[in-house]
Design a protein around this ligand. Sequence first.
Ligand code: G1P
Length: 267
Amino acid sequence: MLPIIDRPLIQYAVDEAIEAGCDTLVFVTNRYKHAVADYFDKHYELEHKLEQGGKLEQLEQVRHPLPDHVRVVFVTQPEALGLGHAVLCARDVVGDEPFAVLLPDDLMWNRGAGCLKQMADLAERTGGGVIAVEEVPHEKTSSYGIVATRDFQGRSGRIEAMVEKPQPEDAPSNLAVVGRYILPGGIFQALAKTGRGAGGEIQLTDAIAGVIKAGGQIDAYHFEGRRFDCGAHIGLIQATVHFALEHPKHGAAARAAMHAALDEKRG
Ligand code: G1P
């Protein structure tokens, strides 16, 4: 729920999913976190107040976190057993269809089509799964899922192997998985059989690696745009600076404020 400029992080992921064609959004949270559900709920009293006060711009923002054709479902992950386990919790809602996983602390930005839309276009062409990747410094491989691919054709290459958080000396490459996946429904079967992996958690990476081993096609996709790791302080700061500068209404003022702040520090 941390805000970047004028929206919580979760709203950026939701907008990206809707742009890519998702019409059912499944939020997997723990039972103590009601803030996300509250945010997407209707706010009758607040709407009334804003309407009365003539604050129409704010009213629009409060009123429309979701378009009418999109439904939301909330699923509780009873224990924090890892990303793979969190995804498995959504099995009954998702069923056997291909679906997307978005980790909202990875905030994606692109001037053109969003990251998930780019991936959905590729998935439509290949009929297989797609995982967004980017190069990371070699010494950082132990923070990510790392893929080994066949040669890239343009922005995509078939994944041959995948390892969760390998030490640099064990990493098959420096191509890191970022938090966007399009997966076949069959991943749930693999997840149900996946034991604890890196960090003692049930890892999505391990289940995907199993699907690939069994012959499933999953491509790595070098997305167009930028990723901000908002799970880290510096990533949040970078995202805030970037989105402020790109903001259609506040961009110019933000630039002036940043110049002024830097000049003051220099002076
Ligand atoms: C998760 C995944 C990892 C991926 C990362 C991207 O890790 O397990 O494979 O590279 O997200 O942000 P986490 O950051 O939750 O530890």
